[in-house]
Design a protein. Structure first.
Length: 434
């Protein structure tokens, strides 16, 4: 009975009523595809909600500011999390490779992330503002390292349990359903935005996110994953040499890493948008809910569509999403000139909404492209090598953007990032279809 229901739900969500092609996954995994896909999507809904509730580039800086943490500290969680999740991956790849079932690693990491958020909430409640902010930034570095391990294990689990033509749809569904739930949470949180509710709202966000991570980990643990190869283990320096050798042999993967590096502009530009919007309009504390609605709404609207487009061509999505981000940036600069409704609060909300749609497309596109371009044997090393390189680039770009913003202001930094984003889209045109 349960299997029949899983089949029906899978066929409805994935429009897969003409038979499954399991050429890209182990034969034994084919019969478990419907149940595994549903558990993966459900897990993703909770993890995406958790990410939105405790977003280091959106809700967390607003909460820290509301608690009196200086802006210089409030801006640290996002780059520290990104660097932590990406830079060490080449050295963590062997941990993932040594476990035959990678979904269990992901589930364990989800519990660790839940614990980190609870410690964070306690630090912000018990420590002075500055000390609490520093503790939060440091904890997000640890959170990011855990996320890096989860990212490696997730790609391998998807590669072993979901057929190639359905992976983009899976990622899109995870984003859309999670975005829908987060949209409702943002609307409710906006109603709690009075000054007297600041501490309670903070606890609600972090504790709720922690609970979501636990539920997500439990669902991912229940994925029926065939035991994979654990051979080829070596120390981190051997992994570095292996990754460099693979990238030397695959010029297409080198272009992918270069394009993804330039697409980091989509991540770095959002805090600058928020700074400029605050200068133009100002934000109350209830703005946390407004920004959450914009971000989650973008996931809800775009996730499934991007997923379907990615199944058709991940390369095309890696071209379209950055160009959409550039178009949003151009409109952002034209808003004061246009005046009227085009320069109002709603219009600025639309900018954040469209920017997050572009970001969601780039994220789904790059994940799907990497999973499809790599084989089961070298996927973990490719992912680790690419992410380690991206982590180093993130730190370098963050330093440059910070310097430009400090010397010339946010607007020149945004212009620089838009130019880099255009370069990423043009470079993606040279990627091969996979």
């Amino acid at each position: 009975m349960a299997e029949h229901v899983s089949e029906q739900v899978y066929e409805f969500l994935f429009e897969d009523d003409e038979g499954r092609s399991c050429d890209s996954i182990p034969d034994a995994a084919c019969t478990h595809v419907p149940a595994n896909a549903i558990r993966n999507v459900a897990s993703g809904a909770f993890s995406k909600l958790a990410e939105q509730l405790a977003h280091p580039g959106l809700t967390i800086p607003w909460l820290l500011s509301a608690l009196g943490v200086p802006a210089a500290i409030s801006a640290l969680p996002l780059p520290l999390k990104d660097a932590g999740s990406l830079a060490p991956q080449l050295f963590l790849a062997q941990l993932v490779r040594s476990r035959p079932r990678r979904n269990r690693i992901w589930a364990a990491v989800a519990v660790v992330q839940a614990a980190i958020l609870l410690v964070m909430a306690g630090a912000l409640m018990l420590l002075p503002a500055v000390a609490g902010g520093i503790a939060t930034a440091a904890l997000f570095l640890a959170f990011g390292i855990a996320s890096g391990v989860a990212s490696l294990s997730f790609k391998d689990t998807v590669g072993k349990t979901i057929p190639r033509p359905r992976r983009g749809t899976l990622l899109g569904l995870r984003a859309s359903i999670g975005g829908g739930v987060a949209l409702l949470a943002g609307a409710l949180f906006a109603l709690l935005g009075a000054d007297g509710a600041r501490v309670e709202a903070l606890l609600l966000l972090l504790v709720a996110a922690s609970v979501c991570w636990v539920v997500s980990g439990f669902l991912f643990f229940r994925i029926d994953e065939e035991a994979g190869s654990t051979s080829g283990g070596r120390n981190p320096f051997d992994s570095v040499r292996e990754a460099f050798a693979l990238f030397r042999e695959h010029d297409n993967m080198r272009r992918f890493v270069a394009a993804r590096s330039l697409d980091l502009s989509l991540t770095l530009i959002q805090p600058l948008y928020v700074i400029v919007i605050a200068e133009r309009l100002g934000f109350s504390f209830s703005g946390i809910g407004t920004l959450l609605v914009a971000s989650a709404g973008a996931q809800l609207v775009s996730g499934y569509v991007w997923g379907r487009l990615t199944d058709s061509s991940a390369r095309r999505v890696l071209v379209i999403a950055p160009f959409l981000g550039v178009a949003v940036g151009v409109f952002f600069f034209l808003m004061p000139v246009l005046g009227g409704a085009a320069a109002g609060t709603v219009a600025h909300g639309v900018v954040l909404f469209l920017h997050n749609i572009a970001y969601a497309g780039a994220r789904v596109g790059r994940k799907t492209y990497l999973v499809n371009a790599a084989s089961n044997e070298n996927r973990a090393v490719f992912a680790a090598g690419a992410n380690t390189a991206i982590g180093a680039v993130t730190l370098a770009m963050s330093a440059v953007v910070s310097a430009v913003t400090g010397v010339a202001g946010a607007v020149p930094a945004v212009i620089m990032l838009l130019a880099m984003l255009s370069g990423g889209a043009l470079l993606a045109l040279r990627l091969r279809e996979v």
